[in-house]
Design a protein around this ligand. Sequence first.
Ligand code: FAD
Length: 389
Amino acid sequence: MTNPAEILGLPKPAWAADEVGMLYDMAHRFMSEEIAPRYDEFEKNEMVDRESWLKAGAAGLLCASMPEEYGGSGGTFAHESAIIEAIGHVGVDGFGIGLHNSIVAPYILHYGSEEQKKKWLPKLATGELIGAIAMTEPGAGSDLQGVKTRAEKDGNQYKVNGSKTFITNGQLANFIIIVTKTDPEKGAKGTSLIVVETDEVEGFERGRNLDKIGLKANDTSELFFNDMRVPTSNLLGHEEGQGFVQLMQQLPQERLQIGTGAIAMVERALALTIDYVKERKAFGKAIIDFQNTQFKLAELKTEATIGRVFYNDCVARHIDGGLDPVTASMAKYWLSDLQGKVVDECLQLHGGYGYMNEYPIARMFRDARVQRIYGGTNEIMKLLIGRSL
Ligand SMILES: Cc1cc2nc3c(=O)[nH]c(=O)nc-3n(C[C@H](O)[C@H](O)[C@H](O)COP(=O)(O)OP(=O)(O)OC[C@H]3O[C@@H](n4cnc5c(N)ncnc54)[C@H](O)[C@@H]3O)c2cc1C
């Protein structure tokens, strides 16, 4: 297959040079050799197995941007981007290590006490702990202020009651950051993030592994907390009520990394499709020889190039600490919309074969849809961008 990383013919940005490039190559090899050959099995089981997480940890693909003193590789978001891009280019996007690496672990690094960092980050880096973040509830998705999960202090424990839904890695995760209300009277200011080590608590229950239309290899779950007891020392931040601010601070990176997956999968879709239309024939010539095919692919390659340049600029700004929430929202919304458009057009160029699950474009079509929904819907992104006008 044509190399998706080279399909646009763009020079590599400065942040992707040297050891970031080497990490990309290593991650690409790992995903091709360890995950891709078993991916059908993972889709059937509706989750990647624990052993693969441990192997990813041993290969240095977990917590790449966490400091070395806490078991990480001491990189930046550029390193996380390299890993997520490799996942997208190989086409194993159900392997939920992007969320573990660049969403869950940073909460511990930025808001955890020294003791919490030493206790949890090294185990997140090996894969002994698999991370998830539980914000969404049956009655609170876009409007996170409506979270009802209640954490009441009782001595040196919190008693937690409530439920969550749509939680990525929800069946496998044994380390879950839960968005709770410690003071429901105070609205957003009564929100706190509490870590649950699920192997160590009573009153924690997993619900169904939810039946989705795509991202089949990823487990997405309901979670229930019934008088669940968690030590008060598992609160993130020096005091209660910091949760909403912490979420707002971390959401730009979460949104940018959805853009990472999007641009990588745009490149893969183009690479697959260009190969396909050169081989497939109709009316005595290759599909690529029809002007419509050339025009369609010319448009898609142009938009993909615009997307890649924008994405690269966002990463450069993010590494410098200058990526604002509005631009991160633009990246999430625009790149995931682009992904939806490109995979749809590419599927069309495959004809009936594009609708068959044995062709990778079919899976990419199913997997793309959710990118416009999670991490804050694209409508919510536009709301945030609109506020800056
Ligand atoms: C596969 C998958 C994985 C997920 N992983 C996680 C996870 O790991 N952790 C987690 O906490 N959550 C996760 N989610 C949840 C996801 O973040 C929410 O589904 C999303 O934020 C939308 O919330 P909702 O589903 O309640 O939709 P709703 O909030 O009910 O929205 C329904 C529709 O109304 C629109 N809408 C809502 N408010 C407005 C407004 N003010 N203006 C205009 N339109 C509006 C929305 O854009 C949407 O189109 C996941 C979801 C999926 C499907």
